[in-house]
Design a protein around this ligand. Structure first.
Ligand code: ARG
Length: 469
């Protein structure tokens, strides 16, 4: 890209001398807002059709504009349209090319419009598309979670609180917790979509326009659900972008939590999963290493999205109405977040579907080597009429005795059990088996196998149902 303007800026009539070359560079957004070009073309076509519809331009001029814009689309797709820095931004670049292509009619396109309502329209059209794509990626991620869960209903894994062994759970249950998070993420985007999908087009620079435009007409052509009721708000609102970044932050936060678990699970200390070669990398110096780069990168990239959310909040907090050039800074934050969220979702979907396998022998051993069945002994006593708090204290002394002897609950004889409380009978041995501990949690939403099977079925249904905004 060249730093010296080859053509004067469309606004330069009013100026005495040219823009400083460094300022041309500083001011330009074409380097990144070219990403909006297809949306800019679509928005401009709708605007042109509206202008013709209400008689501001002739029907023929309208058609010329629409065709010219379509030609630019083809040129862009063929890699032939590469505007330089002198175009300033994608909006000027398109307008200039259009005038080259169709002559004077091209100069009429910007009637009753400003770049302020134009750029607002573009990012809304862009985000609409991105929301749909991210929702589809979330659903794909949910599908691989479901597939994996399906295979592991009866696989037990230690459940933790405070990262201390707490109670064993079904591995499917654990995985389905992430299904729920992704479901909320999809739902949240659906709600945000309704606020993205409002047309600012026709707000003009800030105050509307004296031309007899029909904002509802162009909004309908662009499939917007509504139009902004206030032109000042229309050109300067970025709430929908902040909401999108907040939703994106939650998505990557969820992926980052799962990443953290996979990283722990893949460590020698846990040894719950092994990473397949397709998703792990080696060290340049330590030949024995197999590193969990994929979840580490997801965890690491999360910070960028949080940062962009913060950037946009700070960008907006001191802005007087209406459009200010500060708003040009919204784009890179959005683009980078979108790219990051999509890349992380894709990588995690691959990781879950084909990048790891659970080491079931290690898991079986893990749930058998601790006191995570202690609550069940207390529940056993409580079900036989011992007040829970008293039962809790009894089990406390049982655990203490076992620890002193270096044994587990399953190693106690019936006589030892009965020395702690006479209600203990032989069924205590099955009660404390990890499988039984899990199976017993039949409460709605709990980890009992029957519950988990129901949850799996329900999850499959929910995945196919349309989301309500
Ligand atoms: N490139 C600008 C942006 O991204 C377009 C709007 C410019 N409007 C203006 N009044 N200078 O926000």
């Amino acid at each position: 890209m060249t730093a010296t303007p080859s053509t004067p800026q469309p606004w330069s009539q009013r100026f005495e001398s040219a823009l400083h070359p460094a300022i041309v560079q500083f001011n330009a957004s074409i380097g990144f807002d070219i990403e909006l070009i297809e949306y800019d073309l679509t928005g401009s076509q709708a605007h042109a059709q509206m202008l013709a519809q209400v008689g501001i331009i002739s029907a023929e001029e309208g058609e010329q504009l629409v065709r010219g814009l379509e030609q630019i689309r083809q040129e862009y797709r063929a890699g032939e349209f590469k505007p330089g820095l002198d175009a300033e931004d994608v909006h000027f670049a398109v307008e200039r090319r259009l005038t080259q292509l169709i002559g004077d009619a091209g100069k009429k396109l910007h009637t009753a419009r400003s770049r302020n309502d134009q750029v607002g329209t573009d990012i809304r059209l862009y985000l609409r598309d991105q929301i749909r794509q991210i929702q589809a990626q979330l659903a794909a991620f949910q599908t691989v979670l479901l597939d994996l869960a399906q295979r592991h209903v009866e696989t037990l894994i230690p459940g933790y609180t405070h990262l201390q062994r707490a109670q064993p759970v079904s591995l499917a249950h654990h995985l389905l917790a992430y299904f729920e998070m992704a479901q909320r993420d999809r739902q949240r985007l659906e709600e945000i979509y309704t606020r993205v999908n409002i047309s600012p087009l026709g707000s003009g620079a800030l105050a509307g326009t004296p031309h007899p435009i029909d904002r509802h007409y162009s909004a309908r052509l662009l499939h917007f659900d509504a139009v902004y009721a206030n032109s000042l708000d229309g050109v300067s609102d970025r709430d929908f972008a902040i909401e999108f970044l907040a939703a994106s932050s939650l998505i990557v936060m969820h992926l980052s939590r799962l990443s953290e678990e996979v990283i722990l699970w893949a460590s020698q200390e846990f040894g719950f999963v092994s990473l397949k070669d397709a998703c792990a990398t080696g060290s340049s110096i330590m030949p024995q290493k197999k590193n969990p780069d994929v979840p580490e990168l997801v965890r690491g990239k999360t910070g960028r999205v949080f940062g962009h959310l913060q950037a946009l909040l700070v960008l907006m907090k001191g802005l007087p109405l209406a459009y200010n050039k500060d708003l040009q800074e919204d784009k890179e934050a959005l683009f980078d977040s979108v790219r990051t969220v999509k890349a992380c979702l894709e990588a995690m979907t691959i990781l879950i579907s084909e990048g790891l396998s659970f080491r079931t022998e290690r898991l079986a051993q893990a749930v058998n080597e601790d006191f995570s069945n202690a609550t069940d002994v207390a529940d056993y006593l409580a079900s036989k009429g011992v007040p829970f708090r008293e039962a809790y204290n009894i089990v406390g002394s049982v655990v203490k005795t076992c620890l002193a002897q270096g044994i587990l609950l399953k190693d106690l004889s019936l006589e030892s059990w009965q020395s702690f409380h006479p209600v203990f009978e032989a069924d205590i041995f099955t009660t404390i088996e990890p499988r039984q501990v899990v199976a017993a949690r039949k409460s709605y939403g709990g980890t009992g196998f029957e519950q988990v099977r129901n949850q799996l079925e329900a999850a499959k249904q929910r995945l196919t149902q349309p989301l309500k905004a």
